[in-house]
Each structure stands twice: as C-alpha cells, then as structure tokens.
Design a protein around this ligand. Structure first.
Ligand code: PLP
Length: 386
C-alpha cells in the first residue's frame, strides 16, 4: 500500500513507502542491514541497489515517507539534521555566495553556515525574520542564494510569515529553505506555501522517541534534488538502515503525537501564564503571543515547544529547571517524554556573546505526551511559592 493520492495526513504517515515484504508477507518491511547487493551478472542490479552508501531499501522507504509527509517530490535522508543541511548548502553554494538567515535559527545551523561554510568563502547575514522589510533589505541581489527560515523559532517561538518570505525570496531569485523541525509536517506544510526546500532534524518530532539521530530534506526541483543526492552519495552522510527504520516507525504515530503535544503544551502555557513567578510565556497558541494570528493561519495547531521568562532572573530560572522530576533536564526536544532545558548554558551555549544569545532567565520546555495532570503537578511543585 503506497499510493498517497487523495489520502489524508495520518494515513500517509502510516503507509507511504511501506510495502509489505514480497517474500514472506511481513507487514513491516525488514531492516535491510546490508552494505552491498549481489548482481545478476556484471552491472545487472536488482531494483537499482548496488552499495548502501548509494542506496538502501530501508533508507528509500524513509525517503519516500519524508517526501509524502511534506507533499513534495524528492525526499533524502541523512545521518543527522546538520548532515542534511550541509549537503543542501554544498549543493547550492559556491565561494562568495551569501545566505540570509534568522537571528534566532538553531545554533548549529548558524555555526555550520558561519564557521564551516564561512571558511570556504560563504557569507551570511542574520536578520529578524518576522520583519519582512528587514529581510528584503538583507538580500544582496545576485549574491544571496538562500533565505533560511525557521518557524516557530528557538527558543522564543517567534513566528515568521512563510508565504511573505517566499514572495520576497522568489522576487530576488533566492531559494527559500524552511527548517520545519519544530512544527513538523503534521502541523505546517511550507511547500504548500511556496517554499522550495524543507529541512528536518528527524531526531526530534519525526523520530519522536529520543532514540535516533537523523535528518531529512524534501526538495521539489528535480535539478536541485539531483545535485543534493549527488553530495549525499559522494560525501556519504547517509542514514544507517536501523536509524531509518526507527525513524519510519516513529513517524507512523506523528499525527496523534502532535495533537497530544499541542494540547498538553497549550494547557501548560495557560497555567504558567497565570503564575506570578513568570514574566512571559512564549507559546504561539496564546492570544498574547505576537505571532498568534500568523500561527493560526499557517499552522493547524501550535506544537509542543514553549519557553518561559522568570521575573526572578537567572536564579529562579535555574532553580526551576533543576527542580523538576518528570520533566528531565536534557537538550533536544520532540520526544514522547517531557524535557526541560536551560538554553543559555545548554542548547544555546555556543551562541553566548553573539546576537543569537538567549537571556539567562529563560527556560525552555519540550512538552511530552504524558498525562497532563502529572505534568502540571510536576511544574507546580517546581515553581516558587509566593
Ligand atoms: C536539532 C535541530 C537541528 C539539527 O539536527 P541534528 O539532528 O541535531 O543534527 C536543526 N534544526 C533544528 C530546528 C533543530 O532543532
């Protein structure tokens, strides 16, 4: 069962690229844990598989799934989100080219573009993505090749206008890349708003169980997909078969997980918003969030990520982050279990002292899919009593 035409998202997430095993009828396709393939005569390949850096059926099933989830043409999967980003950047950029990216993009994305590609002569400008005029002003006509968008952003959950950014980017011949990791395709479909490329850290919501590192790209343009697939093959940052299989297994429950992540996070955002120790709750589902209307228009729910600023400053924020039991203190996000993160010293430590720096009174929550009463009880016992 693999036709995805006219099917709805939850069906696609279970069936795309998941043919049963023709030999045994096994409902779940096996993990093709192999490096190479027997040839029926020299160069006579079965199904085009020759060597697993170039192709592996378990990876193919994930790549088919990724493309179907985002409603795109070509899916490619990688050993990590950053490996996916690196291959895409190498497929598009040559020395001297320029990238415009948000001033609050994932720190590793900034580091990759600024330090790794920067060393090869790629230039970049960081800009406030929710300010369309500022984005247009940052584009260097003829030199800017990529506009890199992340919405909701991390950790302040800023929302940027995908369709508006696409309009600006395309007017200047710029490829618009959307990192859709935080929303996931269950809640937001940037290709349908005109974006050219989708990036994922499948480590997060797609895998969904904090047990595998991976990355994905979805690309509509045939030529760009071919160039990127060539980098994937020639440089080799591919997903291993077991990792691809675990990711597909996670994706099958993506739709129901995202519903629960979103409803738990909304309840928690409202609870924290009314607490005197908290200065601001950053969650696009709250009417008070500056991106709320835009999020309502381009997302089907608001996701499981939120941040809070403590009025008691750094001391209060640290104490809270270290006082929770169910919310475990760890980096990363998007798993079924709830996590708490202190960005300025954990996920965002590498951007301290730059304009991407995160204030020391901010705590980020990745709200899991546990029972909401237990999550609220854990938050309540960790908050200062006034
Ligand atoms: C984690 C993350 C990445 C990087 O992905 P890895 O799988 O850790 O390499 C990129 N973008 C966002 C938004 C992320 O959260």
């Amino acid at each position: 069962m693999s036709t995805t035409e006219n099917q709805k998202f939850s069906t696609i997430a279970i069936h795309a690229g998941q043919e049963f095993d023709p030999t045994t009828g096994a409902v779940i396709p096996p993990i093709y844990q192999t490096s190479t393939y027997v040839q029926d005569g020299i160069g006579n390949l079965r199904g085009g598989y020759e060597y697993s850096r170039g192709g592996n059926p378990t990876r193919t099933s994930l790549e088919t799934m990724l493309a179907a989830l985002e409603g795109g043409k070509h899916g490619l999967s990688f050993a990590s989100g950053l490996a996916a980003e690196d291959s895409l950047l190498r497929a598009i950029l040559v020395p001297g080219d320029h990238v415009v990216l948000g001033n609050d993009v994932y720190g590793g994305t900034h580091r990759l573009i600024n330090r790794v590609h920067g060393a090869w002569g790629v230039r970049n400008t960081t800009v406030e993505m929710s300010d369309l005029a500022a984005v247009e002003a940052a584009i260097l006509p003829g030199e800017t090749k990529i506009l890199w968008v992340e919405t909701p952003s991390n950790p302040l959950m800023k929302i940027s206008d995908i369709a508006g950014l696409v309009e600006i980017g395309h007017r200047h011949g710029v490829i618009v890349v959307v990192d859709n990791t935080f929303a996931s395709p269950a809640l937001q479909q940037p290709l349908s708003l005109g974006a050219d490329v989708i990036v994922h850290s499948t480590t997060k919501y797609l895998g969904g169980h904090s047990d595998v590192i991976g990355g994905g790209l979805v690309i509509n343009d045939d030529e760009l997909a071919e160039k990127t697939a060539f980098i994937q093959f020639a440089a080799g940052p591919v997903s291993a078969p077991l990792d691809a299989w675990l990711t597909v297994r996670g994706i099958k429950t993506l739709a129901v997980r995202m519903e629960r992540h979103s409803s738990n996070a909304l309840t928690i955002a409202r609870f924290l918003d009314s607490h005197p120790a908290i200065e601001t709750v950053y969650y696009p589902g709250l009417e008070s969030h500056p991106g709320h209307e835009l999020a309502k228009a381009q997302m089907s729910a608001f996701g499981g990520m939120l941040s809070v600023a403590f009025s008691g400053g750094e001391t209060a924020a640290r104490r809270f982050a270290e006082s929770m039991h169910l919310f475990q203190l760890a980096e990363s996000l998007g798993g079924v279990e709830s996590l708490v993160n202190y960005p300025s010293e954990m996920t965002h430590a590498s951007v301290r002292g730059t304009e991407l720096e995160v204030a020391t009174n901010i705590v980020r929550l990745s709200v899991g899919i546990e029972d909401i009463d237990d999550l609220l009880a854990d938050l309540d016992q960790a908050l200062p009593t006034s």
